[in-house]
Design a protein around this ligand. Structure first.
Ligand code: IPM
Ligand code: MG
Length: 355
């Protein structure tokens, strides 16, 4: 008997379909050598759903996602949707999906590949060995806070966290830290924001349950600087929704390309797995997008499903392919022996993963 998983695929907009197709290729290759099988169902979300249903998150997508074992997602958005009212924007589809799945914890690992230290905009000695994890709160904070409104001459949003929301994300960070170097940097703006004062209070309280974990606090402006100055000081970065959004993009540049950072969003019944990058409409359809972040997201999905061996196969294949000198266009200048297309990169990883 093989383990069978029902995977909801949400390809989305821009490069979304190209990169998800490559992740599926790799998953299918894995299925041919491990005792696993996948049943995929595709759902629309984002701009493509607006085009068809005038709704960035159709009800069918929500129920399909909720009725699967995991959701693999590409990216959404595009300039043609920029003038839509907030409720109809592609991004709103993603935010509502995260909420519907109750995936309050967004895990974004940033691990440098030895082969790609040159690709970083920072000096090799600064980035070599970086291995950090951003634990970003995903279903609260200023992204969702009420009241929110845009009027003609004034607009506002509300940054709000409850004690319970902070507690549950802090717990995820402490549990992650226990599996790693046992250090947490909680990032806030407690010198200015009340919501950050509560954040700090709750995180300190939680730390009493984890005496082995070293906890430090850092203001978000300083954290942005420290990430660039000395990223190796970080193990787990625990932070709220908007700070985590910003800091994880910054972290991707340490690694060399935003096309290399995966994420998992967990905490509900069904996990959501997606690259941290956007839909890159400027390069969509050209076969030059880097599918690695999405393929790594599929690996995170397998790990959470308990398929550790399958996940290891993917992670090792990515390392091997990079070691061999294969590079997508975003990394073409860095020790490339051969520059390959999105599809070729997917095929190579699939091949190496099944060796
Ligand atoms: C991300 C993205 C999203 C976010 C956008 C597309 C809504 O930037 O996943 O980091 O801000 O969360
Ligand atoms: Mg972002």
């Amino acid at each position: 008997m093989s383990n069978k998983y029902k995977i909801a695929l949400i390809k989305g907009d821009g490069i979304g379909p190209e990169i998800v197709d490559e992740a599926v290729k790799v998953l299918d290759a894995i299925a041919s050598v491990e005792n696993i099988s996948f049943a995929y169902n595709e759902y629309l979300m984002g701009g493509c759903a607006v085009d068809v249903f005038d709704n960035p998150l159709p009800a069918d997508t929500i129920s399909g996602a909720l009725n699967s074992d995991a959701v693999l997602f590409g990216a959404i958005g595009g300039p043609q949707y920029d003038s839509l009212p907030s409720e109809k924007r592609p991004e709103m589809g993603l935010l509502k999906l995260r909420k519907a799945l109750n995936v309050f914890a967004n895990i974004r690992p940033a691990v440098i590949f030895d082969e790609l230290t040159e690709a970083s905009t920072l000096k090799e000695e600064v980035v070599k060995g970086v291995n950090l994890l951003v634990v970003r709160e995903l279903t609260g904070g200023i992204y969702f806070g009420e009241p929110r409104e845009k009027k003609e001459d004034v607009a506002y949003n509300t940054m709000i966290y409850t004690r319970d929301e902070i507690k549950r994300i802090a717990k995820v960070a402490f549990e992650q830290a226990m599996q790693r170097d046992k250090k947490i940097t909680s990032v806030d703006k407690a010198n200015v924001l009340e919501v950050s004062k509560l954040w700090r209070e709750v995180v300190i309280e939680m730390s009493k349950d984890y005496p082995e974990v070293r906890l430090e606090h850092m203001y978000v402006d300083n954290a942005a600087m420290q990430l660039i100055r000395n990223p190796k000081q970080f193990d787990v970065i625990l932070t709220g929704n908007i700070f985590g959004d910003i800091l994880s993009d910054a972290a991707s540049m340490i690694i060399g390309s935003i096309g290399l950072l995966p994420s998992s969003s967990i905490g509900g019944k069904v996990g959501l797995y997606e690259p941290i990058h956007g839909s890159a409409p400027d390069i969509a359809g050209q076969g030059i997008a880097n599918p690695i972040a999405t393929i790594m997201s599929a690996s995170m999905m397998l790990r959470d499903l308990g398929e550790l061996k399958a996940a290891d196969r993917i992670d090792n294949a990515i390392k091997d392919v990079l070691k061999e000198g294969y590079r997508t266009h975003d990394l073409a200048n860095f020790d490339a022996k051969e520059v390959v297309s999105t599809e070729e990169m997917g095929s190579l990883i699939a091949e190496y993963a099944t060796k």
